[in-house]
Design a protein around this ligand. Structure first.
Ligand SMILES: Cc1cc2nc3c(=O)[nH]c(=O)nc-3n(C[C@H](O)[C@H](O)[C@H](O)COP(=O)(O)O)c2cc1C
Length: 170
């Protein structure tokens, strides 16, 4: 029996603004949580010399256990964080040396939490998530863009996270 969901946080700050949104979302959903900053995940390597780092055990675990995956990332230079992009690049391992795991992603669902300096969603920010979901045979549920003012998540950010919690729990 698959567990409902997991939040995969990829921020350079484990307890920063992205994490504020994650904590709010986790409280609503009860989803499990992984902080990629605490994992040893090297960039993609065509020779797979990195295959004994934390990526393969982690991705196998996620594939076997969860129905919904929510990626949480700050906006760094109009894009997802480098930590999360490394994780996405390594999903290519699942198309090359770990195909059985790659196939297990079909039918699962993806959501996104983003955090930037203001409330304006970044044009094109969702595209890599939506298209990657599409490529892997997954369903893209949408994103909640958040920001923090005076160290607090804004009301609008909380509303967006509540919406995402509802669609991911359906
Ligand atoms: C390296 C870096 C790049 C950033 N680039 C952007 C950007 O392109 N657009 C934006 O609105 N904010 C940008 N910011 C601000 C962060 O998105 C924002 O402070 C976010 O809430 C940080 O989340 P964190 O505490 O989890 O890192 C950037 C911050 C950093 C450190």
């Amino acid at each position: 029996m698959l567990k409902k969901g997991i939040i995969i946080q990829g921020s350079a700050n484990s307890k920063g603004n992205t994490n504020k949104a994650v904590v709010y979302f986790k409280d609503k959903t009860g989803f499990d949580f992984i902080d990629l900053k605490c994992k040893d995940i090297a960039p993609f390597d065509y020779e797979f010399k990195n295959k004994y780092d934390d990526f393969l055990p982690l991705i196998k675990d996620i594939a076997q256990q969860y129905e919904v995956i929510v990626f949480a990332t700050p906006v760094y230079w109009y894009s997802m964080s480098g930590i999360l992009k490394n994780f996405f690049d390594r999903i290519s391992d699942c198309l090359m040396i770990e195909k059985e795991t790659g196939r297990q992603f079909r039918g699962k669902k993806i959501g996104v939490i983003s955090s930037s300096s203001d409330g304006q969603p970044i044009e094109g920010f969702e595209m890599p998530f939506r298209e990657s979901a599409n490529y892997l045979g997954m369903e893209y549920l949408g994103s909640a863009h958040t920001w923090v003012e005076e160290k607090e998540l804004t009301i609008k950010a909380k509303e967006r996270l509540t919406w995402l919690s509802e669609v991911t729990m359906e």
